[in-house]
Design a protein around this ligand. Structure first.
Ligand SMILES: CC(C)(COP(=O)(O)OP(=O)(O)OC[C@H]1O[C@@H](n2cnc3c(N)ncnc32)[C@H](O)[C@@H]1OP(=O)(O)O)[C@@H](O)C(=O)NCCC(=O)NCCS
Length: 151
């Protein structure tokens, strides 16, 4: 049996480019998951929620606040990208946020992340920019872009 923390960590360890230090460690993840405001979604390679000993191909982690919900992390294993799993995770996030009466969902992304195409196709619009917010391991500074979508 795998538990969901194991499943998320398996994806976490492979999905994020180490140059940007975006992946969380298990301790950070566990500390977030015990909060009542944290929600997560998992998909297996077939797009359904994994069960039993099935591993995840992707996950999304979100944080709810009154009237809004933020995407903290989304990741899909490299070998399963481009098959719609990222979009599926955003759809699950949007549905969950609607169930919790959110009026707006948002996320923050480094300006050079190719995931922006996915976010924009999903209806997110850029609503703000923080200059030089991220620092890559080579010292490069990268802006953060905040994206929002009204529900
Ligand atoms: C972002 C991510 C979750 C998308 O997952 P996915 O399963 O490939 O997403 P989908 O298949 O639903 O959609 C992919 C679309 O987004 C774009 N896209 C997303 N990530 C991309 C990437 N790394 N390279 C190129 N295009 C990408 C493509 O344009 C593609 O659209 P298309 O199918 O019309 O060509 C995945 O690329 C990932 O895990 N990236 C690394 C982690 C990360 O940066 N997460 C976001 C910040 S927290």
């Amino acid at each position: 049996m795998l538990d969901d923390t194991d499943r998320i960590m398996q994806v976490m360890e492979q999905a994020f480019d180490p140059a940007y230090g975006e992946a969380w460690n298990r301790r950070q993840l566990s500390a977030s998951l015990i909060l009542p405001t944290t929600w997560y979604y998992l998909v297996g390679a077939d797009g359904n929620a994994p069960s039993g000993s099935q591993e995840a191909a992707g996950f999304a982690l979100t944080r709810a606040a009154p009237g809004e919900e933020e995407l903290l992390l989304v990741g899909v294993l490299p070998q399963f990208r481009g098959q719609g799993l990222g979009r599926k995770l955003l759809t699950l996030f949007e549905h969950g946020a609607k169930l919790r009466q959110a009026e707006r969902i948002f996320l923050e992304m480094r300006a050079n992340n190719p995931a922006r195409k996915l976010y924009e196709a999903f209806g997110f619009q850029p609503i703000g920019r923080r200059k030089d917010y991220y620092r890559a391991s080579n010292g490069e500074r990268i802006d953060a872009i905040t994206y929002g979508k009204s529900l």
